[in-house]
Design a protein around this ligand. Structure first.
Ligand SMILES: [Zn+2]
Ligand SMILES: [Zn+2]
Length: 216
């Protein structure tokens, strides 16, 4: 699987294009401020678009959705517990002083335990609430990678003070669905550089007090 990162917008959000190398099947993950560059990439590589996958519905992860859909129509995947946030995208934008148009309704609902397949590639879907109620993580075990959205970052964790956020739920999600992955798993995050499970396990200052680590 080939992964390209597209960062942009006032929230410096990371969106991704994942290309299943063998077949050229492609998905967009979290089209935010880098959406126009995602479209340029898909066009220059002559790639189609199989689906738009959302880890959650905060405005910085969905505000490029229309830009992508103008390029190619593809089904939008979202967990139903984030539907309220998704439908409120224009109001989320107003709260941050950013214009966000109304979004087209999502086409498919994530469910915990789903397997999403494109080409010969697949992601296991885990429901990981806490940062947002309908947050999911997409894990490709055979590739040793996971798209973790805003659950965990290099040296940090997702904020829980936005509507629907819950600190206990976030820690439960991290404990059960991030720290259970193999240490070498590469984590592609919604903001900042990628990291690994092992690195965060021993050095993330938010996790060490709960789970130990080399500084505990
Ligand atoms: Zn978020
Ligand atoms: Zn974000």
């Amino acid at each position: 699987m080939r992964i390209e990162t597209f960062t942009g917008g006032p929230f410096v959000e990371n969106g991704y294009v994942a290309v299943c190398s063998a077949s050229g099947a492609s998905v967009v993950i979290d089209p935010g401020g880098g959406a126009a560059d995602m479209v340029s990439f898909l066009e220059s590589e002559r790639l189609g678009l199989d689906a738009i996958l959302l880890t959650h519905a905060h405005l910085d992860h969905v505000d490029g959705l229309r830009t992508v859909l103008e390029h190619a129509s593809a089904p939008i995947y979202l967990h139903p517990d984030d539907r309220e946030l998704y439908d409120a995208a224009p109001a989320q934008g107003e709260a941050f002083g950013v214009f966000v148009p109304e979004l087209p309704p999502p086409d498919r609902e994530w469910a915990h335990g789903d397997t999403f397949t494109f080409g010969e590639c697949s992601f296991a879907v885990s429901h990981t609430p806490g940062h947002a109620p309908g947050h999911v993580i997409l894990y490709a075990a055979d590739q040793g990678i996971a798209f973790v959205g805003d659950v965990v970052f290099a040296g940090s964790i997702g904020r829980t003070d936005l509507p629907g956020g819950n600190y206990e739920h976030l820690f439960k999600s991290i404990r059960e669905h991030v720290l259970t992955l193999p240490d070498e798993t590469r984590l592609f995050t919604g903001h900042g550089p990628p990291t690994t499970v092992g690195h965060e396990r021993v050095s993330n200052p938010f996790l060490i007090p709960h789970y130990g680590g080399e500084l505990a």
